[in-house]
Design a protein around this ligand. Sequence first.
Ligand code: ATP
Ligand code: MG
Length: 210
Amino acid sequence: MKTVLVASSKGGVGKTTIATHLAAQAALAGESTVLIDADPQGSSTRWAERRAGLDSAVLPLDGSARQRKAWKSIPEDTTRVVVDAAAGAMADDLEAWLEHAEAVVVPVLPSALDIDATVGFLNSLAKAERVRRGQVRVGLVANRLRPWTNASQQAVALLEQWPYPVVAQLRDSQAYVMLVGLGKSLFDYHSAQVRDHQEDWKPLLRWLKK
Ligand SMILES: Nc1ncnc2c1ncn2[C@@H]1O[C@H](COP(=O)(O)OP(=O)(O)OP(=O)(O)O)[C@@H](O)[C@H]1O
Ligand SMILES: [Mg+2]
């Protein structure tokens, strides 16, 4: 059962957008997929409820209060688990997920304030036992990029100096805002414009497969 944790202590960086997209992509690829919503705001749960009628439905589980209980309630035939963490959670608060995850995806917005605010979270992750032992890989996702701007270019250059790899550069697009609200993802569509944005995910999907 492959498990990916999407986390950052910083709020509004794209954790839910990325977690729902990874869950949709897995479900569309035929994986029996669970999305653990570790955020009491319940955004991932609502997203999963909205796609409940699809063949590529994803089972939402509430992991906001009792993490280990949520983990035990994962159905046996599950092949993929994605955990959407809450803002404010540091590595200590994510212990139950870090015990099982193979990878942690940390979204970062292209601004100095956001990058600075993420350092503390990455330091807390670096101290987690399974991260130290190399049993959990950590990857950064630069999110909401406007690649033609200096701010985005400088942010990516800065992130590339950090000890963790930048595993994707996702552009800013209203498609994310619209689709996630509908219980959908970019992977549910095939228009040329959507395919262009799907390309942004390829390095992340390859990294998760390793
Ligand atoms: N690549 C993107 N392009 C455009 N908008 C985006 C992108 N990624 C996320 N957003 C928007 O940014 C906002 C925050 O994203 P999201 O809810 O995924 O972040 P979060 O880290 O889960 O937030 P929270 O900390 O509140 O849980 C949302 O309105 C979302 O639609
Ligand atoms: Mg969220």
